[in-house]
Design a protein around this ligand. Structure first.
Ligand code: 6PG
Length: 242
């Protein structure tokens, strides 16, 4: 697995920002648009803030179309909305045009919105072998080994024929809409950001390819040749990994 360990959370965020600079430059040499699926939760917040504050002029923001890997089924102004966080910290600061922001409507009826967003991805993104192709899917990882909103109790979402599905957070019961494993694996690039001591046990088990950990969604998707793990020392104090 392709693993980069950064000494601090700040260096982790910078590692992603620099990756985005290079990847957008590379893709936009032969394409007019760059499609980026954002992850949710707290880890990306540092990244969004750094992009807005320090990468305003280093990335061609008007060529990027923003999507989400998952969304909580809450209104866009709800504190738990993944779109809501990105709107305030990133889009408003960089004056991103609304027609470049393709949010999952957390306030809509979940099954209908999962179908709608799945159709949007087919309509907006190039077709891959079986699923629409993102240029980059940004992911996080929960301490239970979930990623996007593909939780360990829903392995069917790793092999679904649909682009999107409705999932339930196993602890809170909160409904989520998520892209499926097929869409993630079809992406040109995947970056999994893992930060903090709460992730250490799960991350070490996955990166050391412990048998029991191999069934977790983050482990399965993180083994893709397109995947890169960006981790900080709090999450992975151990030795470097190949
Ligand atoms: C979400 C995410 C989810 C997240 C992990 C890690 O909507 O919550 O997409 O997969 O990336 O749960 O969350 P933290 O970054 O908050 O630890």
């Amino acid at each position: 697995m392709n693993v980069q360990i950064f000494n601090t959370r700040e260096q982790l965020a910078r590692g992603f920002c620099d990756f985005l600079v290079h990847d957008t430059r590379n893709i936009l040499q032969h394409s007019k648009q760059y499609s980026l699926a954002l992850s949710g939760g707290s880890t990306p917040i540092n990244v969004f803030r750094m992009l807005a504050e320090e990468y305003r002029t280093r990335i061609p923001w008007d060529c990027i179309h923003f999507y989400w890997g998952d969304e909580r089924c809450v209104p866009p102004d709800h504190p738990e909305s993944n779109y809501g966080s990105a709107r305030v910290i990133l889009f408003d600061q960089l004056h991103i045009s609304d027609d470049h922001i393709h949010r999952i409507k957390g306030e809509a009826e979940p099954e209908a919105e999962a179908a709608h967003y799945g159709s949007l991805l087919t309509q907006m993104l190039p077709a891959g072998n079986h699923f629409p192709v993102f240029d980059l899917v940004m992911l996080g990882m929960g301490d239970d080994g979930h990623t996007a909103s593909i939780f360990p109790d829903r392995p069917d979402l790793l092999t679904s024929n649909y682009n999107c599905a409705v999932a339930l957070h196993p602890d809170t019961g909160q409904k989520r809409i998520t892209i499926t494993g097929g869409v993630i694996l079809e992406a040109r690039a995947i970056v999994i950001l893992v930060s903090g001591t709460s992730k250490r046990e799960m991350l070490e088990s996955i990166l050391q390819e412990k048998e029991f950990a191999l069934r977790f969604p983050a482990a399965i998707l993180g083994r893709s040749p397109s995947a890169r793990w960006f981790c900080d020392r709090d999450a992975s104090p151990g030795k470097q990994y190949a």
